[in-house]
Design a protein around this ligand. Structure first.
Ligand code: PHE
Length: 454
């Protein structure tokens, strides 16, 4: 199987693909509103610590499994622990990213809707109330969100069916540098707005009284979501990385890019939120309410600059979402191709149908299905809560336990140190091993229970 398998071209391609998975709506849509809801700078500090000491070891654990076996989630665990129950973890991680994909595609669709609006009529509402009700009206109407959800998912299907090298790698190589350029441009603009200073202060001056157990759990959960952990996407992408590649360098590169992007996105959004006088704790609608308002205000002064920035912004969000969504899609495709022997094309179609249906239900749960509740939550919120609070943390826990306690230490060391050839990696192996075996599992169990009881 290894011989026929596709590979990313080299380290840059691998980092771009992994960063493409990591950088997405999590950074631009979720991170700013989590910062706003959970205490500004204090949240960011915990988030940075969580990324370094918790997410890096988990990321590496997943990457080691994929890279060692060059197989998708199910096959990888079956290969490393044949005949055991571990393969069920593989199966769980085939489904978790597909559930995320379903509702992610709905938000990806909204972004396409806003991109479309920025390209056609633009944004003109002069008060925030009108902007908020336009957002509420848009997401609750059945037709357009469904249409855009379909367009988004179809786009993913086209890229994924083209394959790892000519689809996923090529797409990420072009879009990732573009995304960085765009977000830096938007941040520069946002920082130049009158009133932006307050937003900057909010992001850099911590108020330590905001550090509560649920803020810590939220920061850890956000780092899981942002780095695509615990659902087999990192494992699957790492399985396309060449044998001789340095997993630690690739992992640190990816985490570094993801963090940098989240911070830049924070500095792009928060100053604009404060400049517009919007409540930073507004929740999931934050960017979809703040930005159109800013664009409308700006448009009243200099219409063409506003129109261009609006298009660039929504373009950035749509492409960032695409590169992440294809990584979730690929987990399911890899499973169907490798384990069920389906053609890549058929696998793509099958996953399209399944995720389209669940996504449509999530989309309709803002309108006609608003009364349908699962454990008191709408279908959309249920899928989000189930995956980000439980399946991701549970999957992450099982991955670290597998690598730290089940796999042979010599094999893990061999993978981590590139067969003993990297002196730096050899020097930090013991620290990694400690974080992996003790710190990560305990921290994950704590997040899990905090999420459960909070
Ligand atoms: N990391 C992605 C983001 O930040 C989301 C994601 C979650 C991608 C899980 C793949 C798997 O938007």
């Amino acid at each position: 199987m290894t011989g026929k398998r596709e590979h990313f071209g080299g380290r840059t391609a691998a980092i771009l693909a992994l960063a493409g998975s990591a950088i997405g709506l999590g950074n631009i849509w979720r991170f700013p509103y989590m910062v706003g809801q959970t205490g500004g700078a204090a949240f960011i500090i915990i988030y940075l610590l969580a990324c370094l000491f918790l997410s890096v070891p988990i990321f590496l654990a997943e990457a080691i499994i994929g890279h060692r076996t060059h197989a998708g989630t199910f096959g990888a665990l079956e290969q490393l622990a044949p005949g055991t129950k571990w393969k069920w973890l593989g199966l769980l991680t085939v489904f978790s990213p597909l559930i995320i994909l379903s509702y992610y595609s709905v938000v990806g669709g909204w972004s396409i809707g806003y991109l479309f609006q920025s390209l056609t009529e633009g944004f003109h509402a002069s008060d925030i109330g009108t902007v908020s009700s336009a957002y509420a009206k848009f997401i609750s109407s059945p037709g357009r969100p469904l249409l855009f959800h379909t367009v988004f998912l179809l786009g993913c299907a086209v890229i994924v069916s083209a394959g790892v090298k000519s689809g996923i790698e090529k797409f990420n190589k072009i879009t990732m540098p573009l995304l960085f350029a765009l977000i830096v441009l938007i941040m520069t603009y946002s920082l130049s707005l009158p009133g932006a200073k307050e937003g900057v202060a909010y992001l850099v001056k911590p108020d330590f009284s905001k550090i509560t157990p649920s803020a810590v759990a939220a920061a850890m959960g956000q780092s899981f979501f942002s780095l695509s952990l615990g659902v087999g996407t990192i494992l699957t992408y790492a399985s396309y990385i060449r044998r001789e590649e340095n997993i630690l360098a690739t992992g640190l590169g990816t985490v570094g890019f993801d963090l940098l992007f989240a911070l830049i996105a924070g500095f792009a959004i928060m100053p604009a939120v404060f400049a517009a006088g919007i409540e930073p704790g507004a929740g999931p609608g934050l960017i979809f309410e703040t930005l159109p308002y800013i664009f409308a205000k700006m448009g009243a002064a200099v219409p063409w600059v506003s129109a261009v920035v609006a298009v660039l912004f929504f373009f950035t969000i749509v492409f960032a979402a695409f590169t992440s969504a294809i990584s979730m899609y690929e987990v399911g495709v890899a499973y169907l191709v490798e384990q069920r022997k389906l053609s890549r094309h058929k696998a793509t179609v099958l996953i399209f149908v399944g995720t389209w249906i669940l996504g449509a239900l999530c989309s309709l749960s803002f309108g006609p299905l608003a009364q349908t509740k699962l454990f008191g939550l709408s279908i959309f919120s249920f899928c989000d809560m189930l995956t980000s609070n439980f399946l991701m943390t549970f999957g992450g826990l099982l991955f670290v336990l597998f690598v730290g306690w089940k796999m042979d230490k010599a094999v893990v060391r061999d993978e981590f140190t590139v067969g003993g050839t990297s002196r730096f990696n050899c020097a930090v192996f013991d620290a990694f091993w400690f974080l992996l075996r003790y710190v990560a599992p305990v921290a994950i169990v704590v997040i899990f229970f905090t999420n459960f009881f909070a």
